[in-house]
Every structure is written in structure tokens, then in C-alpha cells.
Design a protein around this ligand. Structure first.
Ligand code: HEC
Length: 164
């Protein structure tokens, strides 16, 4: 009888400890990820292409170039919406052909074709008459979209928002 009672106490104690541990776990999970943080994380994941947080070499040459292309497109969009011709052609974007990606396998065979298409659309935009600016600008963004559909779908949502 005494033994039985002891067993019962052990069972209750184990149950109590389990419940306490579970409660703590779910509490600390809430502490680590508030809703805001979760959506922040999702936004970062959307903007970058399979970003590896532990990349010892930092961001790749191509990733940095792409970020410049992104911000340049954003200001280009505003200018063109106001009917202004873009200034000097951004020579630095010609580096798209040679810039090294995060992963050597990122640039698949079709990369060069997409890259040339992007550059020639960009050149056409910088030579376009005022009335074709929006159309030619959207063609540039479409060439970002084409390449990204095959090479790096992560930022597609953000790129599509660049269209006029
Ligand atoms: C020829 C293919 C190609 C074209 C054209 C292209 N991209 Fe990219 N983009 C890539 C690849 C590949 C990566 C991944 C780079 C890496 O991880 O090293 C990338 C990455 C990105 C990133 C994420 C950068 C980061 O922070 O890691 C953004 C944003 C982006 N591109 C925007 C654009 C925009 C805007 C355009 C058009 C103005 C564009 N891309 C045109 C292939 C392309």
C-alpha cells in the first residue's frame, strides 16, 4: 500500500513537471517570435534569394549588383511617371555578365540570354522617345521577371511591384 502511494506520487510529479515544461516552451516561443517579427522574417526571405545566413564570404557580387538594380529601378520608376528621361546609362549594370553569384550553380546556362535581353531593353529605354518611356521601362522590368522566374523566384513579388 505504501509502495502504491509512492508510485502515485511519482506519477503525479512527472505529470506536473511535463505540464510545466510544456507551458514554458510555448511561452518562450511566443517571447522569441512576436507576430511582427514573423512577418519581418517573411519579408526578408521574400526580398532575398535563398539567402544563406552563414555565408562566410558575405554577400555575393551579383547580389549586391542586384540590390543596386532594385533601388535604381525604384527611382527610375518615379522619374518616368513624371515623364522625365533617365540620365546617363548605368554602365555598372553591364557587370551582370561577369558578377559572381552566391552559389556557382546559380547562373544556369540560360543566364546569359536573360542578361543580354535585360541589357538591350535597358539600352532601348535610355534611347527611347518620351512617349515610349513607360512602355520601355516596363519591358526592362519584364526582363528582370523572366530571368528571376527561372533563376531566383524569391524577389519576384518585389520586382513585380516595380511595374508602372
Ligand atoms: C539574367 C538574370 C537576372 C536578371 C535579368 C535580373 N536578376 Fe536579379 N538576381 C538574379 C540572380 C541569379 C540572383 C541571385 C544572386 C545571388 O544570390 O548571388 C538575383 C538576385 C536579386 C535580388 C536579391 C539580392 C539580394 O539581396 O540577395 C534582387 C532584389 C533582384 N535580383 C532584383 C532584380 C531586379 C530589380 C532586376 C531588374 C532590374 C533583376 N533582378 C534582374 C538574376 C537576375
Amino acid at each position: 500500500m505504501v509502495l502504491f502511494l509512492k508510485n502515485k506520487i511519482v506519477v503525479v510529479a512527472v505529470l506536473l513537471i511535463t505540464v510545466l515544461l510544456l507551458a514554458q516552451c510555448s511561452n518562450s516561443e511566443k517571447q522569441f517570435y512576436s507576430e511582427e517579427q514573423v512577418s519581418e522574417k517573411a519579408a526578408t526571405a521574400e526580398a532575398s534569394c535563398e539567402k544563406k545566413p552563414l555565408n562566410p564570404n558575405g554577400d555575393s557580387e551579383l547580389a549586391i549588383l542586384m540590390r543596386d538594380m532594385m533601388s535604381s529601378s525604384q527611382s527610375l520608376k518615379e522619374k518616368i511617371k513624371q515623364g522625365n528621361l533617365p540620365e546617363k546609362f548605368p554602365e555598372e549594370f553591364l557587370k551582370i555578365h561577369t558578377a559572381l553569384p552566391t552559389d556557382s550553380e546559380t547562373k544556369k546556362e540560360s543566364f546569359e540570354g536573360f542578361a543580354s535581353n535585360y541589357i538591350s531593353n535597358l539600352q532601348a529605354l535610355y534611347h527611347s522617345p518620351k512617349e515610349d518611356l513607360s512602355k520601355n521601362y516596363n519591358a526592362v522590368i519584364s526582363s528582370c521577371v523572366s530571368c528571376h522566374s527561372e533563376h531566383c523566384p524569391g524577389p519576384l513579388g518585389a520586382i513585380n511591384k516595380l511595374k508602372i
